[in-house]
Every structure is written in structure tokens, then in C-alpha cells.
Design a protein around this ligand. Structure first.
Ligand SMILES: [Zn+2]
Length: 147
């Protein structure tokens, strides 16, 4: 079990059921277990590109994997915890643009739009996220949210 949080938290509704054979929430044409799930479980090493890290972090929001989000967050910007809004259901991810972020780079950006439904109303969030390497692995640094 996870350690007890120091902050009061709202009671989260159960995360959507995503199994190893479900379509991966990130939108790639692969089952979750062979796509983002292997990174979440730690069985697939670490995401080799900033884009794959971004996808796996989106999927981690879908399945509410706080530990994964925290360990793929740059230490300098990492929060104490992640609050999942139980009223939000993430429904899709579109990668709009990437710069650098490959096996040959130390930094990269990923611009994306994530879609969700909140209180029955569809919405979307667009962000240009910055990634860097920490101890060799890609981590999320910060991002600029587009309105
Ligand atoms: Zn995936």
C-alpha cells in the first residue's frame, strides 16, 4: 500500500479499469501492458523518448498511478503528491508537436492536447511540456498551459 498522505484528500472514485490487454489510454495502437503499462510497472525499463514519457504520464493520470508520475518528475519541480480530480475522466491524447527528446538528446518538448469529460461536459487541455534527462532517464520538468 502507499504511505499515508499528510494532506487531506478527497475520496477518489475508483480509477477506470484498464487491464494489460486494454487498448492503451495514450492512443498508440498497442495494449496497455505492452505500451505505457510496462513503464508504469517498471518491467519495460524507462521511456526511451520524451514523447513516450509524455504518453506514459498521460496514461498514468488515466490509471491514477501517482508513484509513476512522481518518479518521472524532475526533482527540482516535483510536487509532494498528485491530486487526481475524481470528477475528471480523461478521454484521449493528441501529440501535436515534439522537438528533440530522442535517444540522442538531453532535453525535449512535447506539445499535446488531452481531452477529458468533467461533470458531463467535454473539455481539453493543451500544454507544451519540457522534458530533460535525470540520471539518464527522461523526466517531466514543467510546461506552459495554453488557454
Ligand atoms: Zn501507451
Amino acid at each position: 500500500m502507499s504511505r499515508r498522505k499528510t494532506r487531506p484528500r478527497t475520496t477518489a472514485a475508483a480509477a477506470p479499469a484498464v487491464t494489460a490487454t486494454s487498448p492503451c489510454p495514450c492512443g498508440l495502437d498497442a495494449p496497455y501492458g505492452a505500451c505505457c503499462g510496462r513503464f508504469h510497472a517498471g518491467t519495460g525499463g524507462t521511456a526511451p523518448t520524451a514523447e513516450l514519457l509524455m504518453r506514459s504520464r498521460y496514461s498514468a493520470f488515466v490509471v491514477r498511478d501517482e508513484a509513476y508520475l512522481l518518479r518521472t518528475w524532475a526533482p527540482a519541480t516535483r510536487p509532494d503528491g498528485v491530486d487526481f480530480d475524481p470528477g475528471i475522466r480523461w478521454t484521449g491524447l493528441d501529440i501535436v508537436e515534439t522537438t528533440e527528446g530522442t535517444a540522442f538528446h538531453q532535453r525535449g518538448t512535447v506539445t499535446f492536447t488531452a481531452r477529458y469529460v468533467h461533470a458531463g461536459e467535454p473539455g481539453e487541455q493543451s500544454e507544451r511540456s519540457r522534458f530533460a534527462r535525470h540520471e539518464g532517464a527522461w523526466v517531466y520538468v514543467d510546461g506552459d498551459v495554453a488557454q
